[in-house]
Design a protein around this ligand. Structure first.
Ligand code: RB5
Length: 142
């Protein structure tokens, strides 16, 4: 189950990501927002991050204007490793090395096709499970 959330700046991109999830038979839970009316990104960023940290959802995807506010909000929640990605290489390597469990995207930064490619790569790349990466990730929680 993928937790998904956005603010007004990310609303339209979130709808496209939801279409991608539905087309690929991936279950999701939408934590809002539900319109393009101005809202506060921490509300949605933290809701998605808490669902992932609690194990209610396996991974989360967040979209705001830049992706920055959402990534800051998500990374405040213990157990969450959120990566703001604007390119395919980062999307792949952050799964392999950081085992990120939340992806943040900036709808005013990254074009729709690239964003969907980033989502696809991020969702389909497993953690490498290499000892050095396991060790480094555990150090993040110390
Ligand atoms: C909203 O205007 C904008 O600040 C928000 O979407 C995001 O970019 C914050 O980091």
């Amino acid at each position: 189950m993928i937790a998904i959330g956005c603010d007004h700046g990310g609303y339209e991109m979130k709808l496209e990501i939801i279409k991608y999830l539905e087309q690929n038979g991936i279950a999701y839970k939408d934590f809002g927002c539900t319109t393009t009316e101005s809202v506060d990104y921490p509300v949605y960023g933290k809701a998605v991050a808490k669902a992932v940290a609690a194990g209610e959802c396996e991974k989360g995807i967040l979209v705001c204007g830049t992706g920055i506010g959402m990534s800051i909000a998500a990374n405040k929640v213990a157990g969450v490793r959120c990566a703001l990605c604007t390119d395919c290489f980062s999307a792949e390597v952050t799964r392999l090395h950081n085992d990120t469990n939340v992806l943040a995207l900036g709808a005013r930064i990254t074009g729709m096709s690239l964003a969907l490619k980033i989502v696809d790569i991020w969702l389909n790349t497993p953690f490498s499970d290499d000892e050095r990466h396991v060790r480094r990730i555990s150090m993040l929680e110390e």
